[in-house]
Write a new protein. Sequence first.
Length: 126
Amino acid sequence: MGRMQGTMVPRQIVWRIAWSALPLLLLAALLLGRGSPATAGTIGILSGTVTGANGVPIARATVKVASPTLSVNTFTDAKGRFSFRLLAPDKYVVAVTKDGYTPISYPGIAVFAYQQLVLSLELTEL
């Protein structure tokens, strides 16, 4: 009976270690498993600047990118810069709006995997 009991203790310890490691394994799976298997690792970046006709950067302009499967927006920073990371390769419509300026929209902007596309966009005052 002592021998049987001796083999049970190590198994219980192994199971306790396995169960205590489960949250870490789930976290790792969550972080590594972002995106679908079809697009995992195949992303592109779209970034650029928004300026006025005089070349002055426009802060807090809304920049929106949209495709048939995705629509996201961001704001330009104090230097007129914006960036969209982790975009799936696709053709996007890029639109920029800001109070006091004429909105602009550019359809057919292609984002390719493993590449960064940099745009220089200009808004005209109303």
